[in-house]
Design a protein around this ligand. Structure first.
Ligand code: G6P
Length: 610
């Protein structure tokens, strides 16, 4: 999604902003721009395409000024073009604005401005806000007041940064629904949509709260609500290291993150899992433990990969804790007036902690009296702050747009949550210990898969030209199949579908011929023979079968065209191990096809608009 980096201090702003924008590239964007306050007015450079395209078009070192702001835009209103790129200016060209989010009533405001004679250069909702602030400034002659007055009329979401030649020593930032972070330096301040853009300058940050604005000057900053009530800000330390957001010798962030999984998975249970009595200590849930013990129903809400983790979670929680679970797309949940009672516990799963739909879903659930728990990766993110209690994933920053390590960490946390809840209810110590013991073995199992990627690479090479893929699994491995298909389509642009294996005969079987690779997740669990029959059905129609199977399964090669081996684990933990080869398969196919793995077209890492 869109990214923001602003600076005020004593250094030249442009190089600093450009390096910050590059740190935000992973979020997904289609145009970039920058504006600095030079002695003779605003200098602006913006361009459709990547930050390097902007650098090629304009010598950014010629952009003079110690105050500036940059933006990477992910198009919502209007195509990616030079005109639609941010920063946008007001009619007089003296006020510049960058904006993340969506101004929902921009057409109403635009009409009002047009009737008053103002004109527009772009198709964006953001320019309307810039022009609106400019119009207000003509009578108010105060930048902060003009911003506040404009925002009072705005409906929708925004993270904005505004600067002006009228007040060249001030940067104004405000947020509602789109995150902003202030970087506190020595005689200098940064404002960014993501901590990764400021970490090479400072580790001291202030997370701007909902409806809060910040006024930054070289010698200090203040925060207040958009309604002009002073607020107290807390300076916090960024919770990750710079090295964690660098590629560290890997060709892509995605590959680095796939290979980090033995460590990130272990980080997810370290200090939590108590193997000796088959329980889990989840400090972040202590305040809601009683609610959880009494919960009549659990609703999991999430989007994308996190939603797939939720489906695995449903299986885990229902089988270990015997509490009914419903899993809802956050985007659907929020609009269907869900029936929620105070005995319900809602779990929001999110890597970024900023997904607009998930955030809206938890607000709806809270409004209706449910206890809301977050399972979030990004520390200090909005969802982490707005939930009643939570468990962090501890996967570290995930940069690759296609989520990998966050998914396995979500499964790690969900397994522990199911165990925690189960042990509060009917699960015996013995059953709990068996699961806890095997959870501890998972990092070692993942390492063994990662030690043998060549067969997966060879399969990827063979099928990289396919136009369609089918992914099939049953029970807890059905969501793993969905996630495998999602990975492939996200980064290779091959159409892929996930299905419950037995459901194949009710439709998708019509697609099967010699050109159709079908990936089966086929561990030796209680439905192994049924899955084998499904494999036979595909082979009988000449389909090509890639089976993810246990390493000691000596019968699978009789029916599958290719076999990828995974270590034997408890059936309920198979999705964790199965997802590793599925991530690698998608990765190698995408590389083979020459795709931009870390920044796939049209996708965004963190979707902060509806
Ligand atoms: C975007 C990302 C997906 C992610 C989804 C949910 O679509 O591209 O990879 O799964 O958002 O994001 P969240 O941060 O809430 O897990």
């Amino acid at each position: 999604m869109c990214g923001i980096v602003g600076y005020i201090g004593s250094k030249q702003a442009a190089p600093l902003i450009v390096s910050g924008l590059k740190r935000l590239e992973y979020r997904g964007y289609d145009s970039a721009g920058i504006c600095c306050i030079a002695p003779d007015g605003l200098t602006i450079a913006k361009k459709a395409g990547r930050v390097v395209d902007l650098e090629r078009a304009v010598d950014l070192h010629t952009l003079e000024g110690t105050v500036g702001v940059g933006h990477t835009r992910w198009a919502t209103h209007g195509v990616p073009s030079d005109e639609n790129a941010h920063p946008h200016t007001d009619h007089s060209g003296t006020i510049a604005l960058v904006h993340n989010g969506i101004i929902e009533n921009y057409l109403t405001i635009k009409k009002k401005l047009a009737n008053a004679g103002y004109t527009f250069k772009s198709d964006t909702d953001s320019e309307v806000l810039a022009v609106f602030i400019g119009m207000l400034y003509e009578t108010l002659h105060d930048l902060e007041l003009s911003v506040r007055t404009a925002l009072a009329e705005v409906e929708g979401t925004f993270g904005i940064v505004v600067l002006s030649t009228h007040e060249p020593d001030v940067v104004i930032a405000a947020r509602r629904g789109s995150p902003l972070i202030l970087g506190i330096g020595n005689g200098e301040y940064l404002v960014a949509s993501d901590a990764s853009a400021v970490i090479s300058h400072t580790r001291q940050v202030v997370y701007l709260q909902e409806n809060e604005m910040a006024i930054l000057r070289r010698d200090g900053f203040s925060t207040k609500t958009i309604e002009n009530v002073d607020t107290r800000s807390v300076v916090e330390e960024i919770a990750f290291e710079l090295a964690q957001i660098e590629r560290g010798g890997f060709e892509h962030f995605m590959l680095k993150e796939i290979f980090e999984q033995p460590i990130t998975f272990r980080d997810g249970f370290r200090g939590r899992l108590r193997v000796e009595d088959g329980t889990v200590r989840l400090g972040g849930l202590a305040s809601v433990a009683e609610k959880l013990r009494q919960a009549k129903r659990i609703i999991i809400t999430a989007c994308g990969t996190s939603w797939h983790a939720g489906l695995v979670g449903e299986y885990l929680i229902e089988s270990l804790a015997r509490v009914p679970v419903e899993v809802e797309y956050a985007s659907e949940f929020r609009y269907r007036n869900p029936i929620i009672s105070p005995d319900d516990v809602v779990i929001a799963i999110s890597q970024s902690g900023e997904t607009a739909d998930t955030l809206a879903a938890i607000r709806e659930a809270k409004l209706k009296g449910a206890t809301v728990i977050g399972m979030v990766n990004v520390v200090g993110s909005t969802i982490a702050r707005e939930t009643d209690a939570g468990v962090y994933l501890h996967a570290g920053p995930e940069i690759g747009v296609a989520s990998t390590k966050a998914f396995t960490s979500q499964l790690c946390v969900l397994t522990q949550f199911a165990l925690y809840l189960g042990r509060m209810r009917a699960l015996s110590a013995e059953q709990g210990m068996a699961i806890a013991e095997e959870l501890v073995n998972i990092p070692e199992h993942i390492t063994r898969i990662l030690d043998n990627v060549e067969p997966i690479k060879a399969i990827a090479k063979k099928y990289s030209g396919a136009s369609n893929f089918l992914y099939l699994g049953r029970g807890v491995n059905f969501p793993a199949a969905l996630e495998g298909a999602l990975k492939l389509k996200e980064i290779s642009y091959i159409h892929a579908e996930g299905y419950p294996a037995a459901e194949m005969k009710h439709g998708p079987i019509a697609l099967i011929d010699e050109n159709m690779p079908v990936v089966f997740i086929a561990p030796k669990d209680e439905i192994y023979d049924k899955v084998r029959s499904n494999i036979e059905e595909v082979r009988a129609r000449n389909g090509r079968v890639i089976a993810i199977a246990d390493e000691d399964d000596d019968r699978i090669a009789d029916v599958a065209t290719h076999v990828i081996r995974i270590p034997r684990t408890l059936p309920m933990l198979t999705p964790i191990l199965a997802s590793i080869p599925l991530q690698l398969l998608a990765y190698f196919i995408a590389v083979e096809r020459g795709c931009n793995v870390d920044m796939p077209r049209n996708l965004a890492k963190s979707v902060t608009v509806e």
